[in-house]
Design a protein around this ligand. Sequence first.
Ligand code: FPP
Length: 258
Amino acid sequence: MTFDSIQDLPPERLPRHIAVIMDGNGRWAKQRRKNRLFGHSNGIDAVRRTVRESHKIGIRCLTLYAFSTENWKRPATEVAGLWRLLKSYVQKELPELRDNGVRLNVIGDVERIPGHVREAIDFTIRETARGEKMLLTICLSYSGRDEIVRACRQIAQEVADGRMTPGQVDEAAITGRLYTARHEIPDPDLMIRTSGEFRISNFLLWQLAYSEIHVTPTLWPDFGPEDLHKAILDYAGRERRFGMTGDQIQSGQTKSRG
Ligand code: FPP
């Protein structure tokens, strides 16, 4: 099935949750003979455009991979610059997010985020807590493997304390102890990666199990509404089988996953 425009899309074909690996800021800056922070700064404009457009289209959850645990290894000036940009983003965007009913959420090893940045983030999280239209989750100091390790450690502790038996450890038990259990974020329907790289890069490893993946050559600072529409239309035209056969899906038997 193919769809030509977002307006033609039946609402049930719209992804509920879109997750994005925003890649290519450095290359974008290099092409312009500028430093990497110039790329990140223009990446913020792309974040703004993507949040606005997702909200306009009616996406319920948007998750952006902004800073991985591996990113701590980058030069100190780049790391400091990224935190400065993030702080300024959450401060400047607050009125628009609040007015549009967009709730901010942050996941990752937040203890490592510099204190002044965390305060600004926490303020915007509190001020947008009533937002019901869209949940905007920013992954900061995030690692998918670490998220799973934390969930396992929590379960091990509960078993050791006698609050759980090994037999009760199942998929739901792990899902329920991931960062995404807060606000009951559904697994991403669609994961977009920019800059043409075909990697998951430690992003939402558990949650992406059945997500559709769209890779675009567009570098993140150039990503705009047209790119978002293209990714959504690509997603909407696919048949999600969850391990079943096409015939099973078409006959409406969508419960079991294989
Ligand atoms: C990847 O490009 C991008 C990052 C590591 C940072 C992403 C951050 C932003 C877009 C700004 C802050 C975000 C929010 C949500 C306010 P890269 O530097 O790895 O690019 P390269 O692969 O071309 O070098």
